[in-house]
Design a protein around this ligand. Structure first.
Ligand SMILES: Cc1cc2nc3c(=O)[nH]c(=O)nc-3n(C[C@H](O)[C@H](O)[C@H](O)COP(=O)(O)O)c2cc1C
Length: 216
């Protein structure tokens, strides 16, 4: 994007909670975005709210397209047509210079809207490719911050039940995003005092991360 002849870089903010004003995750995100805007005047933030977005279903035809790409052929005819909405989402994702994801933990992992989004964009030829020496991620030199909130506390005894952070690290690492920073607010549903304290702690960390996020 060009503003007065200067190329603005883009942070794509992907929102995976439907709770809007009620969201604890977004209370942490707010602080991140405020600090980010103050420290990075040459960046714009684009919002992708997954509970408002009409993502394409992965129908048989669209999945056939994926296998065609995996066999290193190009999409054409009906399959190309069926893939248009997927390409729109991929291009939007790839047009960003960095990413911020705001997501609650749902059933030890991520909400289905975020899983749907990942299933849509994570496509061969676009986000990764297989080579003789293994898979190669095609999303190069881009950073990602992920802000989560969880009802319980997964820092200690419950650590093994956290399928959210390891899953997201694997998925985005696979496509080449290795610099992923997590800010986890937890526990959110074990009393109001603890919730308030942990949101405050996560906000302080969000401020720190946002200040340095794309500069180092
Ligand atoms: C469908 C659903 C599933 C949830 N599953 C978990 C879970 O597995 N573990 C957990 O600690 N909290 C779970 N929670 C609680 C949320 O992670 C927690 O309340 C979080 O702070 C909500 O974030 P939000 O206000 O940004 O939506 C779940 C909440 C919902 C609505």
């Amino acid at each position: 994007m060009l503003i007065e002849g200067v190329r603005m870089k883009k942070l794509l903010h992907i929102i995976a909670t439907p709770r809007g004003e009620e969201s604890r995750t977004l209370r942490v995100t707010e602080v991140f975005l405020q600090e980010f805007a103050e420290k990075h005047a040459d960046w714009v933030v684009e919002e992708l709210d997954l509970s408002k977005e009409q993502l394409p279903s992965l129908t048989l035809k669209r999945v056939d397209g994926k296998y065609l790409l995996l066999s290193e052929k190009d999409l054409n005819g009906e399959l190309k047509e069926a893939w248009q909405e997927i390409i729109v989402q991929i291009e939007r994702f790839m047009s960003a210079d960095a990413y911020l994801i705001s997501t609650p933990m749902w059933n030890f992992s991520i909400p289905y809207t975020l899983k749907h989004y990942i299933d849509v964009i994570l496509q061969p030829k676009y986000l990764f490719r297989y080579t003789a020496s293994g898979a190669e991620g095609l999303v190069k030199n881009k950073k990602m911050a992920i802000i989560t909130s969880r009802g319980g506390d997964y820092t200690d005894a419950m650590r093994g039940a956290d399928f959210q952070e390891p899953y997201l690290r694997s998925v985005f690492g696979f496509v080449g995003i290795t610099g992923v920073t997590f800010i986890n607010a937890q526990p959110m549903d074990m009393g109001e005092t603890l919730q308030a304290q942990k949101i405050k702690e996560a906000q302080a960390r969000a401020k720190e991360v946002a200040a340095l996020f794309v500069s180092v």
